[in-house]
Design a binder for this molecule. Structure first.
Ligand SMILES: [Zn+2]
Length: 284
């Protein structure tokens, strides 16, 4: 046996080949950002002449810092069992019925795409939804399987105002950078079909004086950031992010990073349902 063959034999015996094969998946998380808008396309995810959107330009350096690989797409046909295998985390900033081509003209999700997505999360995938993610795939009789998964359904919103994001779970690894109370100007979604039995509320929207200004918001404070366990997988929804300057905020960027790490499986799950302890049960 010459030296080269000997070296190969020794390395094989040590399982070196296997370690090499696993090197890529271990190098960092693989993230897919889907911004397909079958309904309304938000300005923050509109691609400019150079083919990038505001959200993509914010997320790209964040992913780089984390040693992660970020793929940004408006092609919802990538939501299928085969291509989902490549990713650790899928981010949705989507709108409308994704199985329809709809307003932005980008490819729709295949008919079985939703089942594939839900099965992928069940098997250990990480799902992160921002803002319009709850305004997606919601046409059906009662809450759709997607809405049940994400944990809430967009109903409407009023005029933008400065609300206060109030931290509910001070220990949670997915929101370490969130101050106890964070005043923030944004467009605040109102929800129905909140998955109260299964959601772990991370932060509420404190409505404050806006109750007296807009009838829509004359309701108790309600969840704006929550997470859930889902089979072996993890889900987090953050209702913020309509406005460009929200994405530019240092706190929001830090939160994005913490959300990504948590949904990817880092740290304890800490997703036990806590709705009744944190939210007045007078909510619709
Ligand atoms: Zn919006």
């Amino acid at each position: 046996m010459n030296h080269l063959l000997y070296a190969i034999a020794v390395l094989s015996a040590l399982g070196f080949g296997q370690a090499m094969a696993e090197e890529n998946p271990d190098a960092g998380m693989n993230i897919l950002l889907l911004t397909k808008s079958s309904g309304f396309e938000h300005s923050v995810i509109k691609q400019n002449a150079s083919g990038t959107s505001h959200v993509e330009r914010i997320l790209t350096p964040i992913a780089k810092e984390m040693g992660a690989t970020l793929e940004c797409t408006k092609d919802a046909s990538k939501i299928n069992a085969d291509s989902l295998k490549k990713y650790d985390v899928v981010i949705f900033y989507t709108s409308g019925e994704l199985t329809e081509t709809g307003e932005d003209g980008h490819p729709a999700m295949p008919a079985g795409g939703m089942d594939d997505l839900l099965a992928w999360i069940q098997a250990g995938g990480g799902f992160l939804g921002f803002h319009a993610a709850t305004d997606s795939c919601r046409t059906g009789n009662g809450p759709t399987p997607y809405i049940k998964m994400i944990g809430g359904e967009f109903v409407t919103h009023g005029a933008q105002f400065e609300g206060v994001i109030k931290k509910v779970d001070g220990e949670h690894p997915a929101i370490v950078s969130l101050p106890e109370r964070w005043p923030l100007q944004d467009e605040w979604y109102l929800f129905r079909n909140l998955d109260k039995e299964n959601m772990h509320v991370l932060a509420l929207l404190e409505i404050g004086n806006e109750r007296n200004k807009q009838d829509k918001y004359n309701i108790p404070d309600y969840p704006m950031v929550w997470c859930k366990g889902y089979g072996e997988g993890r889900i987090l929804y953050n209702g913020m992010g309509h406005r460009e300057d929200v994405w530019e905020h240092a706190i929001f960027k830090a939160l994005v990073k913490e959300h990504l790490l948590w949904v990817s499986g880092e740290g304890p799950v800490n997703a036990a349902p806590n709705y009744t302890e944190t939210v007045p049960d007078t909510l619709p």
